[in-house]
Design a protein around this ligand. Sequence first.
Ligand SMILES: [Zn+2]
Length: 113
Amino acid sequence: MHELSLCESIVTLVVESAGREGIRRVTRVTVDIGAGAAIDPDALLFCFPLVTEDTLAARAELAIERTALKARCDACGTDYAPDTLIAPCPACGGTRRTLLAGRDMRVVSFEGE
Ligand SMILES: [Zn+2]
């Protein structure tokens, strides 16, 4: 389950940043998961309390935002939002495209006190 190691990376990043900013307790962490990122949000939510235990982020809330896939067709240049990673261009039916967004996961923000 790679969500566990992902969760550890998120928490390490947040706890380090929070420490630098003099935050004693992180209350909320917001992450963005691209629709094509192959990450299970439920698994992330499940891991989060386990990983944050005994850290600055213990009992923090994890908020998950989703970024839709966005692609540009290599053949005709149309920007579109494919439902899946293999959806063809709606304008010309081409399958060669460049993904512009929706494949990554990132930490958007965190709040603390
Ligand atoms: Zn096209």
